[in-house]
Design a protein around this ligand. Structure first.
Ligand SMILES: [Zn+2]
Length: 322
């Protein structure tokens, strides 16, 4: 991970282009809401149809859920992404903020924010463990971010449930097959578009948040396409996406059911202002859920707030090695 990711000195909040954009967005949302109201039943039916898209392609079984990313640096784990643009639902202000918008010029906080904040992030779901994670989050009243895959079609409704609970949804990968995803830029974006559609089918829009399989720092991609991470990191943001790596890893990618104590000790780290913490909510990660309460309590006791990723929050980037 890159040292510059560490959230450092408080950064004064200043009115920015993004504030103005939010204002403009608010007006747009209000106008759109009015229009929907005027359209009455017709509009409601349209909205219903829009929200019920279904049946995305089943890349599921292809998914080799190998978190073989043996990150070269401590605090790494895994990452991926995907996406496509679309108009967010007019009655959902969060959608307006989280939806992919190629024209958005966000003031990304790559140096962190000044406020002690933990961003819990979960890759590789949804799975049978996702509801367990949501239950823990709910018990503590905290929100997180889920970077999802297309692995288990039966659990896709969990994407909507997580979003409706106030969590952010990001794109990880459709297949998680490194050899395929990183074979070329076209292959990567094709995979990203597929998982973006899976998410859109659930929540009505393609989010801008992406996590690369293996993180931006992965070197495994060099086996399939030298230089691809350098190219993707630039092209992804040019298309309106933002990718998020992590500065603390729970270590749960080391194997299935890593001992709880080990996950807790890897996750509880002093000294960061902004903590972007990597977990996995795949079906094989039972102990991750078991460890979560202790980790949340550790940071709560030290005055951290917990936040889902959004455009105003910390952007954590690894050093790119391919
Ligand atoms: Zn992953």
């Amino acid at each position: 991970m890159s040292e510059k990711n560490v959230g450092g000195a408080p950064e004064p909040r200043r009115p920015s282009a993004s504030d103005q954009r939010r204002q403009a967005r608010g007006l747009t949302v209000a106008a759109a809401a009015l229009l929907v109201a005027l359209l009455g039943v017709g509009g409601a039916l349209l909205a219903l149809a829009f929200s019920q898209t279904s049946g995305a392609p089943t890349g599921g079984v292809l998914g080799v859920i190998r978190e073989m990313d043996a990150p070269a640096q401590p605090g790494q784990g895994d990452g991926d992404g995907a996406g496509g643009a679309d108009a967010p639902a007019a009655n959902d202000p969060r959608a307006a903020s989280l939806a992919l918008d190629p024209s958005a010029q966000t003031d990304w906080k790559t140096d962190g924010t000044g406020e002690k904040t933990v961003y819990l992030t979960f890759d590789d779901g949804p799975s049978k463990n996702t509801q367990r994670v949501l239950d823990v989050l709910d018990r503590y009243g905290v929100k997180a971010t889920f970077f999802v895959t297309g692995h288990e079609p039966d659990y896709r409704p969990m994407i909507k449930r997580a979003y409706d609970d106030g969590n952010s949804i990001g794109l990880h990968t459709m297949t998680h097959d490194y050899a395929q995803v990183y074979s070329s830029e076209d292959a990567y974006f094709s995979d990203l578009d597929q998982v973006g559609q899976v998410v859109k089918d659930q929540i009505g829009f393609v989010p801008y948040l992406v996590r690369f399989p293996g993180g931006a720092s992965n070197t495994v991609s060099a086996s399939y396409c030298p230089g691809i991470m350098t190219a993707l990191s630039t092209d992804l943001t040019a298309r309106g996406y933002q990718y998020y790596d992590w500065n603390v890893s729970s270590g749960d990618a080391a194997g299935n059911n890593v001992p709880v104590d080990k996950i807790v000790s890897s996750s509880c780290v002093e000294g960061y202002t902004n903590v972007m913490l990597l977990f996995h909510d795949a079906g094989t990660k039972d102990t991750t859920v078991d460890a979560l309460p202790q980790i949340i309590e550790f940071y709560q006791a030290r005055g951290y707030k917990f936040a889902p990723i959004d455009r105003d929050g910390f952007v954590c980037h690894h050093h790119i090695n391919n």
